[in-house]
Design a protein around this ligand. Structure first.
Ligand code: FES
Ligand code: FE
Length: 426
């Protein structure tokens, strides 16, 4: 039998071994130690607003159903029939009272309980339905974000999110007083390892290079809002692998600076909104349409990025699925939500000016790393130049690789099962 790779020999404070993107044994360890033993984001509250609503998605490689039962409680269950293992639901989303396995017709309730078995008399009284519910995961929610965990012994979601929570709260101000809702998504796969995307969310360093065509496509006023190196922008380690990168500091708290001038690109929208809303509300909505000026990376699979959710799903050691989910104001003005969708398309869309450039860079990282698996991947930008906030968070210039080091510190802790390492440093 082949020896398992030792994660400690592959990741350090300032570099990672080139093989971390392509070693299949390491990938299998990640799927177990990271995706089976951490909180994994599965849905936003608005994806299943009513009793009976459900969606299907994944926790790591495992298909799951997220449902809201008649009482309003959310359940996350392994999408695997207890009879002979078929998936019981293949629909992306829907509303119903039960999930009926297509193979032999076993029927499960919205809470996963086994309710019906066709021709049950054939079991001669030996089948106790109570013993065969769909396998349930632990579920907890924070500010509309629903997470699930296979491992029921891990810390609470509240503790896991910890110092990332104030940033989630800031991000959710994009509802402009209405609840945030998801407004559709597009997804794509790229031929690279999932950690390449994980690294990218708080990487400001690439932005003026990879996203030059995006910057060329916006007006000068917008270009000047970005802060890539120096200035007031920063990147901060929030613990447990989470990090935040602030590129437009004046947008971070959408309730502040409400008397600032409305940017020219939003003047038309503001005029439209002013037919129905007082000036103060118009400013609040317009600021929210522009999105927050930061990317929040929640280890291991969710980014709350400027004005959308980005969700990663590892498909294999060298293939990753990315979903970009647009968010808007639930009950808010249509014109504002339309404007948000247009902004979403501009950067994230398949024909947008941002994402295709990112995807090509990630593809090239994967291909390049195969050319020299023992050559280090550097994670040392800004190392040694970080300062500490009062709460203990390390922060640095926005272009530093502080967020990547945070993610790999947690990666190492999870891979070696040493939670203490995440708290104290590698
Ligand atoms: Fe589901 Fe047989 S596999 S009912
Ligand atoms: Fe990018």
């Amino acid at each position: 039998m082949q020896d398992l790779p030792d994660p400690r020999s592959l990741v350090n404070t300032d570099y990672a071994d080139g093989s971390i993107y392509s070693n299949p044994e390491l990938y299998d360890m990640e799927m177990d130690r990271i995706f089976m033993h951490n909180w994994i984001w599965v849905a936003h509250r608005s994806d299943l607003p009513e009793p009976g609503n459900f969606i299907t998605t994944f926790v790591g490689p495992h298909p799951v159903i997220v449902s809201r039962d008649r009482k309003g409680d959310v359940h996350v269950m392994l999408n695997r029939c207890r009879h002979r293992g078929a998936t019981v639901c293949e629909r992306k989303s829907g509303t119903g009272a039960s999930f009926v396995c297509p193979y032999h017709g076993w029927a499960y309730g919205l809470d996963g309980a086994l309710r019906g078995v066709p021709y049950q008399e054939g079991y001669s009284g030996q089948l106790d339905k109570k013993k065969y519910p769909l396998v349930s995961l632990r579920v907890e929610e924070y500010n509309g974000l629903i997470f699930a965990a296979f491992d029921k012994s891990i810390m609470s979601l509240d503790a896991w999110l910890g110092r990332a929570k104030p940033w989630i709260d800031l991000f959710m101000k994009q509802g402009a007083g209405w609840p945030v809702k998801t407004m559709g998504e597009h997804k794509f796969t790229f031929p690279g390892n999932w950690k390449i995307q994980l690294e990218n969310t708080t990487d400001a360093y690439h932005f003026p290079i990879v996203h030059k065509s995006f910057l060329d496509s916006v007006d000068e006023e917008t270009q000047n809002t970005f802060d890539f190196v120096g200035g007031k922008g920063f990147v901060e380690d929030l613990g447990h692998g989470h990090s935040v990168m602030v590129m437009i500091p004046e947008l971070v708290d959408l309730d502040e600076n409400l008397d600032a001038a409305i940017p020219e690109r939003f003047l038309e929208l503001a005029e439209e909104l002013s037919k129905d809303y007082p000036p103060e509300k118009v400013r609040q909505i317009v600021r929210a349409v522009g999105g927050t000026g930061f990317n929040l990376n929640l280890f291991p699979n969710l980014a709350c990025s400027m004005a959308f959710f980005r969700v990663l799903r590892p498909l294999s050691v060298n293939e990753t699925e990315i979903r970009h989910i647009a968010i808007g104001m639930d009950g808010g003005p249509e014109s504002a939500n339309e404007a948000r969708l247009r902004l979403h398309e501009h950067f994230q869309g398949p024909m947008g000016f941002g994402t295709p450039d990112d995807a090509e860079a990630w593809d090239r990282v994967q291909r390049g790393s195969l050319a020299g698996r023992d050559i280090a991947i550097l994670l040392n930008r800004g190392l040694g130049h970080e300062a500490k906030r009062e709460d203990g968070n390390l922060f640095s210039d926005v272009s530093a690789e502080t967020g990547m080091r945070a993610a790999y510190r947690q990666w190492l802790a999870a891979m070696t099962d040493e939670m203490a390492a995440a708290e104290t440093g590698v």
